[in-house]
Design a protein around this ligand. Sequence first.
Ligand SMILES: C[S@@+](CC[C@H](N)C(=O)[O-])C[C@H]1O[C@@H](n2cnc3c(N)ncnc32)[C@H](O)[C@@H]1O
Length: 222
Amino acid sequence: MNTKCSCCSSIEKSTENDLTSYWNKTYNREIQKLGWYEENPEISLKLIEKCKLNKDVSILNVGAGASTLIDELVQLDYKNIIANDLSTNALDKLKERLGKESSKVKWIVDDLTKPTELNHVGKIDLWHDRAVLHFFNEPEEQNHYFELVKKLVKKTGYVIIAAFNLNGAEKCSGLYVFRYNKEMIQKRLGSDFELIEAFDHTYTMPSGDTREYIYTLFQRKS
Ligand SMILES: C[S@@+](CC[C@H](N)C(=O)[O-])C[C@H]1O[C@@H](n2cnc3c(N)ncnc32)[C@H](O)[C@@H]1O
């Protein structure tokens, strides 16, 4: 079934089962017009600052898309940045924007719900996800996502997850979403992860429309 997208009006979903081609197609559009585009990823940056990480730590931005967060992390001189997405097209746009600086980032095209290469990135100090987890509606997809978080994030490492909150829209980019509050994310991460901070945030889309998010920062204690 094709679905008109509420946040990027003319994008249509190709087929229900072909998510990779759907996301690749999505990124054929002008990045600045995508419903989740952030000129300045200031909330993520503030949360990352709070973690007081050294510049040589390993930071994995999952479902990075063409996010400006990667540009900012490069500018801040973080040495081990990993950008993941299901969409090659998204990461290519990001690489193109970064130009020569793109060699400072490790690029991994992989599916968070059926990870292959991501299983081998080694331990990481920070997992960052903005607007990705909520696309996983099936329990199995969610299980694989959280298994990967637990596998990769080292003890004392951090997890930032920003997803649509319980008051949020039912769809993002034309796809149904699974919405969260902080307790739900805590439950999925388990007691090894301690909540450091959580807050709701109303994001204003390039169209002027708004979307309700929950931002969470956890630290792994054991
Ligand atoms: C709403 S966008 C958010 C992009 C970026 N995090 C940001 O804040 O700008 C969702 C991103 O998740 C990616 N994505 C969707 N399903 C995925 C999966 N199973 N594995 C990895 N990435 C996925 C999409 O390609 C897209 O780039």
